[in-house]
Unconditional design. Structure first.
Length: 525
């Protein structure tokens, strides 16, 4: 059996392996033909050593070289889009169009180009100059970054292609990527093009490396290794917390995106004013891609009454009639089934679904659960269990006061949304609930569902624990996302010719914003 090579240093080479695996087509449940290695620690050690050497060399690289790599890589991806989309379709069962070819792949190359622009322009590093005191500071490279991508966004969040990768490189760090075992071929195709782009742009060997898989204990060892600057992880809370414990024990930064139920509050006036629109918004948001979004609305709070009952009935019909999507893996299907059963056991009623779905591949019925506010408050922890996939829980609160109490019990989430009428009838309820919601979420929305994360400089794709490991950072939104992979570096009484270009008296490109004498300016000192 041919087993694909790993990318270590500047070469594709046979892995020092402890096993072999194959991805599965989720639509059929059948194994795909390509075989990939599960690396032994020897591969991790070699990658770490190469990354450490690359980090030293990258510190002297001009920003233009980083930008050139990112832009060349984006162009390479576009030239090989057909092969990448085909592989991702087979490994995830996501539609080729529009999901992969028309949405996620353009987003991926756009992120890379935005990161290139940030690296070239340089303001992200926040150069700060106190000339009279002789003290100057800016953000600079942190060291090798270990990126573990998720299963649900094989392109735009991939370990060797996504936003974490782009941000880490733009900040001047080498990356060791871990492919997700659900889509190794997609990851390999990306890594091939990244490797070529790195050679074209003159990046040092080891700037971009990729392993397909490793033993869990070796992953824990990686995040704690002295040569690692930081880790970025997107995945389950259980996996993220194990990695965090290991990284914290070693004093290593780790940025986690883990668990979120993304609460949505729908106030009565919104239902009276635009019932059909709200029903359509929720059904689309919850069920597209079989609900496999980190911002999927998994909890909906309504105020009990005739309109809320009508909404519950309409949504149950929508869920029952909608096609059942394909889940990414047997693990996702089984996890969804287990967590739905857990919430039902706690006292939620199934309005529809809550059972396996017929048909080939990995599927679970579209599931809508319901519980009243009193019961929710009696066991809020269980009712916040994330059922990742095509499922959601309706909570019917007796009044605004009970809705406030429900929101106060919530853990941290990526997003939270409040629907209200446009004529001011819900303003009192909004005023009571929004401040509570604001403390619980990274991104607060009005009158829209949370799925869909725009690549905007103002975007916060993060939030309080357990949505992420730290509420002060975003995984989406360039240039802010670069700061996660940087260290604040101060220079005191250092001669000007020894300073980084960004901290010298002359603005190196005339467009970089620097804080000089307490004011942001593009002028020379």
């Amino acid at each position: 059996m041919h087993v694909h090579s790993v990318l270590i240093g500047d070469n594709w080479r046979p892995a020092q392996q402890v096993g072999v695996f194959q991805a599965t087509n989720p639509a059929t449940g059948e194994q795909l033909p390509d075989a990939y290695p599960r690396s032994a620690w020897a591969d991790c050690e070699a990658a770490l050593q190469a990354a450490r050497q690359a980090a030293d060399a990258m510190r002297s690289l001009p920003a233009e070289a980083l930008a050139a790599f990112l832009e060349t890589y984006a162009g390479n991806i576009e030239q090989h889009a057909e092969a990448i989309v085909t592989a991702a379709h087979l490994e995830t069962a996501y539609p080729r169009s529009p999901r992969l070819a028309d949405v996620e792949l353009p987003r991926t190359v756009n992120q890379l180009r935005l990161a290139a622009g940030a690296a070239r322009e340089g303001s992200w590093a926040m150069p700060t100059i106190d000339a009279p005191a002789g003290i100057r500071s800016m953000y600079g490279p942190l060291g090798p970054v270990f990126v573990l991508g998720p299963n649900n966004f094989p392109l735009a969040y991939g370990g060797v292609s996504g936003g974490d990768f782009a941000s880490a490189i733009a900040a001047g760090n080498p990356v060791i990527a871990k492919a997700h075992p659900s889509h190794p071929t997609t990851s390999r195709l990306f890594a091939e093009q990244a490797h070529l782009a790195a050679q074209t742009a003159g990046l040092p060997p080891g700037s971009v490396q990729m392993l397909y898989d490793m033993a869990p204990e070796d992953g824990l060892r990686m995040v704690a290794d002295p040569r690692i600057g930081a880790t970025a992880f997107t995945g389950s809370r259980s996996g993220g917390m194990r990695l965090k414990q290991a990284a914290d024990a070693a004093g290593k930064p780790i940025y986690l995106e883990m668990s979120s139920i993304n609460p949505v509050v729908i106030l009565p006036g919104a239902l009276r004013e635009r019932f059909d629109q709200v029903v359509g918004d929720f059904a689309t948001s919850c069920l597209m891609a079989a609900g496999q979004f980190c911002t999927n609305p998994g909890l909906v709070i309504l105020l009990a009454g005739t309109d809320a009952e009508k909404f519950a009935t309409a949504m149950a019909e929508k869920f029952a009639q909608a096609p059942v999507g394909t889940l990414l893996s047997a693990g996702v299907r089984d996890g969804l089934a287990a967590n739905v059963a857990k919430v039902v056991k706690a006292g939620a009623n199934a309005l529809t679904g809550a059972k396996p779905a017929e048909g080939a591949g990995y599927r679970y019925s579209n599931t809508l659960l319901r519980v009243d506010g009193v019961k929710f408050l009696a066991d809020a922890h269980t009712f916040q269990t994330e059922a990742f996939g095509n499922a959601s829980l309706l909570v019917l609160a007796s009044d605004v006061r009970e809705a406030e109490a429900i929101l106060k019990t919530l853990e941290g989430n990526l997003t939270g949304s409040i629907y209200s009428d446009t004529q001011g009838g819900d303003d009192a309820g909004y005023a009571a609930l929004a401040p509570i919601m604001r403390e619980k979420v990274g991104r607060l929305l009005n009158d829209k569902m949370p799925t869909g994360v725009a690549v905007s400089p103002a975007m916060q794709h993060g939030g309080p624990y357990p949505a992420t490991g730290h509420p002060g950072f975003t995984a989406v939104g360039i240039p802010a996302s670069l700061v996660r992979f940087a260290a604040l570096q101060c220079y005191d009484n250092v001669r000007e010719h020894r300073l980084p270009l960004a901290l010298r008296n002359k603005n190196p490109n005339g467009t970089m914003w620097r804080r000089v004498a307490g004011k942001w300016t593009t002028d020379d000192v």
